[in-house]
Design a protein around this ligand. Structure first.
Ligand SMILES: Nc1nc2c(ncn2[C@@H]2O[C@H](COP(=O)(O)OP(=O)(O)OP(=O)(O)O)[C@@H](O)[C@H]2O)c(=O)[nH]1
Ligand SMILES: [Mg+2]
Length: 471
């Protein structure tokens, strides 16, 4: 194709040379004959035609090059470009897939590792269950639930029999008395397990243990004397049997003094409880717990904030009334306590509340002040509510040991105490103080406090108390 073009151009060049020669001749000879003029015109015409041909041909070639060569090449380039684009998208997708696969593999491996660690830990806990306090707690909850279920079944099976004690009562008591229990029961076990025979040494050491737990010298000697008599009478030789005998005597001693320790709450008659005691023994806390306790037994309860000595005391009792969800009557700080009681008594009658519990101040400067104030309050109750059942509960702090016994003596002189509440037994190894307190005084212990929570007040059960101490 290109050769053809080349030949054409070559021929054209030759034609041009020929024309140029002719033109030169024309210039030289102006007057050409007619014949030659015609030839010249023909040549010019031919020249024009040839130029046109060349032009057409070039046009055609251009068109051919554009249509047959450039356009297909451009199309091919576009096609390749599209293909490359598609391939790139595919590669991107593949890379993303790969990354995802790697991530999920890593995640699986991490999970497997974690599971292995948990299994290992569980194995360790199985070998030594005390290691994990959470599992211990769950186990205890579970055991308590089983106990509740068992007691429920008991209720269904024997509805006419005496109602079973509160759920897990003995266990709660044991927990609350842990410190005294350790001081007594564990020490007694060590003693009797280390002795081959019952002799004076054993009795002496037993005495020491009991006195250390604040059971008081007099009470201890009395109990040990009875123990000696019983052991001799029954001809017991094995030291291990001593604990059972001791338990029996301790129970009898407490039982004989702890008579009638129910609060005077009866249907159709309202009760007014006055709570007294020196400062810090736990009066206000006890009132909160008592309100919750009495309410749970099906009574309606109201509180009177008659400790007006400081604002915090009123706020503290208000907080307890909220927790126990009972009503409270209070005045401002510094108000006359007797007037608070007056208002509370009228509210109790008007709103028909079964039990009114009155808080009192522990910070009275001297015995005379205390006496005057209690007398005033008592007069108001006598006058405003003569038909009410009356209780005056003396709150004593077990951690003060023998001091609690002294306080009981002193308060007995100024108030007609109907019951004792011994608090903070959970915080002391000297819980044995219940014995002299109960044995030397005729006032029954009615409740014991074994913690600061709302359900940490237990009705005093002398048999269970001894059982918990010696188990
Ligand atoms: N561990 C333990 N703490 C108790 C118990 N009862 C009371 N407490 C704590 O003893 C402290 C004093 O208790 P309160 O109820 O304020 O004593 P109070 O006799 O009303 O004191 P005043 O109003 O200041 O006379 C508080 O921190 C109570 O949480 C108990 O049974 N166990
Ligand atoms: Mg108080």
């Amino acid at each position: 194709m290109f050769k053809k073009l080349f030949d054409k151009f070559k021929k054209k060049d030759e034609d041009y040379e020929e024309i140029e020669d002719l033109e030169e001749g024309l210039d030289q000879e102006e007057d050409l004959p007619e014949e030659e003029k015609t030839v010249l015109e023909e040549i010019e015409k031919e020249e024009k035609d040839l130029a046109k041909d060349i032009e057409n041909h070039l046009e055609e070639e251009k068109k051919h090059i554009e249509e047959d060569i450039i356009e297909p090449i451009a199309e091919e380039v576009d096609r390749i470009k599209t293909e490359v684009k598609e391939d790139k998208a595919m590669v991107d997708e593949l890379v993303a897939d790969q990354e995802k696969a790697v991530e999920s593999l890593l995640e699986e491996e991490r999970k497997e590792w974690e599971e292995e660690q948990v299994e290992k830990l569980e194995e360790e806990v199985k070998e030594d269950p005390k290691e994990d306090p959470i599992i211990e707690e769950v186990k205890e909850d579970f055991e308590e639930e089983v106990l509740i279920e068992e007691e429920k079944e008991l209720e269904v099976e024997s509805p006419l029999e005496e109602k079973p004690k509160k759920k897990g009562f003995l266990d709660r008591l044991k927990d609350g008395l842990t410190k005294t229990r350790d001081a007594m029961s564990s020490s007694i076990d060590n003693l009797i397990n280390g002795k081959a025979k019952i002799d004076d040494d054993l009795y002496e050491e037993l005495e020491e243990i009991m006195i250390s737990a604040d059971m008081g010298v007099e009470t201890t000697i009395n109990i040990i004397d009875q123990l000696r008599d019983n052991i001799e009478e029954k001809r017991i030789r094995d030291p291990k049997l001593i604990k059972d005998e001791l338990e029996k005597i301790m129970k009898e001693e407490l039982r004989s003094k702890n008579v009638n320790n129910d609060l005077k709450i009866e249907e159709g008659k309202q009760t007014v409880i006055l709570v007294i005691g020196v400062n810090g023994v736990g009066k206000t806390t006890t009132i909160g717990k008592l309100a919750y306790n009495i309410k749970n037994e099906g009574n309606t309860v109201m509180l009177a904030a008659a400790d007006t000595f400081r604002a915090a005391a009123i706020e503290q009792l208000t907080e307890w009334s909220n927790r126990a969800d009972v009503e409270i009557i209070s005045h401002a700080e510094g108000a006359d306590p007797a007037s608070v009681v007056f208002d509370a008594l009228n509210a109790q009658k008007a709103r028909n509340k079964d039990v009114l519990i009155c808080d009192t101040a522990g910070r009275l400067h001297n015995k005379k002040n205390l006496m005057n104030e209690l007398e005033k309050i008592n007069r108001v109750i006598d006058r405003e509510h003569p038909d009410a059942n009356r209780e005056t509960l003396l709150v004593l702090d077990a951690t003060t040991g023998q001091n609690a016994i002294y306080q009981a003596k002193e308060f007995s002189k100024v108030a007609n105490i109907t019951g004792i509440v011994l608090t903070k037994l959970d915080g002391t190894a000297k819980g044995g103080v219940v014995f002299p307190l109960q044995i030397e005084h005729s006032i029954p212990v009615k409740y014991i406090g074994i913690g600061e929570q709302m359900d940490n007040l237990e009705k005093f059960d002398s048999d269970k108390f001894v059982e918990a101490l010696l188990s």
